[in-house]
Structures are given as C-alpha cells and as structure tokens.
Design a protein around this ligand. Sequence first.
Ligand code: NAP
Length: 289
Amino acid sequence: MRVLVIGASGQVGGALTSLAVRRKIEVYGTSRTGRGFLYLDLAGPASIKSAFEKSRPDLVLLCSAMTHVDNCERSPELARKINSEGPGLVAEECRRTGARLVYLSTEYVFDGTGGPYGEEDPVNPVSVYGRTKLEGERAVLGLEGSLAVRTTVVYSHNPASKNFIMQLINNYRSGARMRVPSDQFSNPTYAPDLAAAVLELAGKGASGIYNVTGPDWLNRYDFALKACAAFGFNPAFIEARLTAELGQAAARPLKAGLKTDKLALELGHGLPSSGESLLKIAGIIKQYE
Ligand SMILES: NC(=O)c1ccc[n+]([C@@H]2O[C@H](COP(=O)([O-])OP(=O)(O)OC[C@H]3O[C@@H](n4cnc5c(N)ncnc54)[C@H](OP(=O)(O)O)[C@@H]3O)[C@@H](O)[C@H]2O)c1
C-alpha cells in the first residue's frame, strides 16, 4: 500500500508519517517549504496533481490546513482557499485516481454551548477556521468511502510545533508567564495516539465521521496544571484567565470536546489517558536534560 500524507511537516502529519515508516508502509509526505517532501500547496491545483502523480497513493491522509485560528479570522479568503477549496481539489483527485481519503477535522465545527459532542450532533461553527474546516469536511465526505476524523487540542513533544504543551514547556524554560483559559473545555489528544487510531480506522475501511480524542474532558488551565505536575514544573508561571480576557481575534467554542463511543465500538478500545501521555512526554524531556 502506498500512502500520501498531505501536511507531513505538521504535528499530526509528522506523527502519521513516523508511524507509517515504523510499520514499513510505503509513505510519501508533502510540504510547501520543508526539505525531503513532495511539494504540495492546497491553494495550487497543479501541485496537488503533481504530488499524486509522483506518489500514486492508495490512501491519502489529508492533514494540511491553515491551522492558526486567529489568522483565519483575519484572512478569511485565504482560509477558504486552503481549508475549504483545497480539500475539494484533493477529493477530486482521489475520485479520479481511486485513492481512499482520510481528512483531519475539528471540534471547532461546533459552537461550544453543549459539548462534549457526538458525531451526529448539529454543527454550528463560530469562527472562520471552524466554518472553512466544516466546508472542507463536507467536500471530502462527498467522496464515497471517505473518512473524516474530528479531533481537538492535539499535543506532542515536537520542538518544531507550537502545540499547547510545547508552548508550556518553552514558556517555563524561558521564565515567561503564560495566560491560559480556564473556561475552554475539551479533550486533549496525544498526537502519536491519534495517528495510531487514524491508521487503525483506515485499515478497517471506516468511513463517515469519527471523533478521535483523548478520554479526559477538562479545561485548558487544569490541563496545564496536570502537565506541570507530570513534568515536575512549578506551575506558578501559569495564570488562569477567561477567554474573553485574552483578546483573541476569533471566537472559541467554550464547552466543547468530543465523545468517542463510536470509536471505542469500532476499535474495541479508546485512546490512553492524558496522564499516561504526559508521563511519556516527561520521559522525553528527561532524556533531553
Ligand atoms: N492541532 C490541533 O489541536 C488540531 C485540533 C483539531 C483539528 N486539527 C486538524 O488536524 C490537522 C493537522 O493539524 P496539525 O496540528 O498537524 O497542524 P500544524 O502542525 O499546524 O500543521 C499544518 C500543516 O499544514 C500544512 N499547510 C499549511 N498551509 C498549507 C497549504 N496552503 N498547502 C498545503 N499545506 C499547507 C503545513 O505544511 P507546510 O507549512 O510545510 O507547507 C503543515 O504540514 C489540521 O487539518 C487541523 O485542522 C488540529
């Protein structure tokens, strides 16, 4: 089987690529800027065609997106091009070549008034990022047999990534204070566990929408305290704030998060707890010290 990971330079695409390599799957990764990748820009149809021609994939894992939520709010046209139209072009290429398609989607398709959400709950995004990702999801699901994996608050130890846990580690090390919302509830998800579940779902030929998140539903401040406890950091640099105090350009779903009963039913297991994953990261941090 040949797999094309679109957005292999990112946090989730990187975790998927590493896992596929470890499993000896023939895998190709894309980036607009990184070395050693096939070039692919979701805003450039010719580059999508060319990456497909070079990799001839049986399975495409679409991880690329404009992921900076506030930048999407400031540049809605660009966000639409990358997050909505890009996945449509990829789906079209999959239809033409017969490749199966898996799309990484988000809990931001919901408004955050009634989470955690199941797959069938009505969507109502409150930001440009959420709206454009939902359009991308719909474009992908228009292709028969495709799979949309909704996830949230993805974290990992990855110095190239600005994920929440790397921000926390970097702020602690540089002595900076960190303002963290205490009113955003969600399910933190460890990228390597997400990658394993995505490959398992793809292997089983799952289609439609699946939520894939960690099991713990907690607010971002409590998650930060949990991480500090696991890493042996004094949490005095963490300041609890309400989202409204942070002055962010885009609205956030507050009572969000995703239910994973459907995933557990399909796989026979859920993802490990954030306690377990944070201890794994603590081990990696120790190795580097
Ligand atoms: N991280 C989270 O907490 C989270 C939560 C819910 C859903 N998701 C979804 O999961 C997916 C992966 O997220 P992530 O955390 O891995 O994001 P990330 O680390 O920010 O990576 C984003 C990826 O998108 C690529 N990209 C950006 N603009 C592109 C463009 N115009 N054309 C092609 N590629 C482009 C980047 O590659 P280059 O810059 O190298 O081209 C990079 O590989 C995204 O679809 C995101 O919406 C993430």
